[in-house]
Design a protein around this ligand. Sequence first.
Ligand code: SAH
Length: 219
Amino acid sequence: MNSDLQGIGMTSQRARNRLVDKLRDMGIRSERVLEIIAGTPRHIFVDEALASRAYENTALPIGYNQTISQPYIVARMTEALLTDNGLKKVLEVGTGCGYQTAILAQLAEKVYSIERIEALQARARESLRSLKLNNIRFRHGDGNLGWPHYAPYDGIIVTAAPAGVPGALMDQLADNGRMVIPVGLTGEQKLLLITRTAQGFEEQSLDWVSFVPMVEGVG
Ligand code: SAH
């Protein structure tokens, strides 16, 4: 890794390891997920002025009124999406700065990621390219509609909160596929795990969360 990616001081490997210890203490069990978080520089996804705070377990602003998700939530959502069979195709709604995308790209064969704000998408694309993650396809569009062309997906992860689960995303979930999605209005959002079974959809509530709202249309 070159020195920018590696980080020094507050952005060093030691800072990443401390974050991983904290996530483990908070209940993250998947060693695979923890290992990937330990190996992924988060500081390159935020503004340089915030880089020293990149390994705190907090959400941080990324411009355009959006935030990079809290590491604990990234870990929790990723862990919930994983199965013993691994992940082939994953759809991500809300690329944002691309940090969650980077984690997913190291677990799935292929990641399809949709973002409605073009400038954020351009920046994410560049950060992910610098990490040499090449199994990602980007789309500038409205994630409420999913990405039918590559459906069905065995995993769908949504990182902005709609008022209810968009029907198009349900439709694009493969049999035995899993969707992790925050749902509800600001202040009362629940993180749901939705599994598609032969009988229909099963829904499990994982946590109370606080995400930016999912917006209709493109930015
Ligand atoms: N996982 C991202 C989270 C960014 S915040 C990260 O950690 O950086 C949520 C993102 O969802 C924002 O970038 C926002 O622009 C995007 N978003 C909101 N509504 C959307 C929609 N309908 N379609 C696609 N992206 C959307």
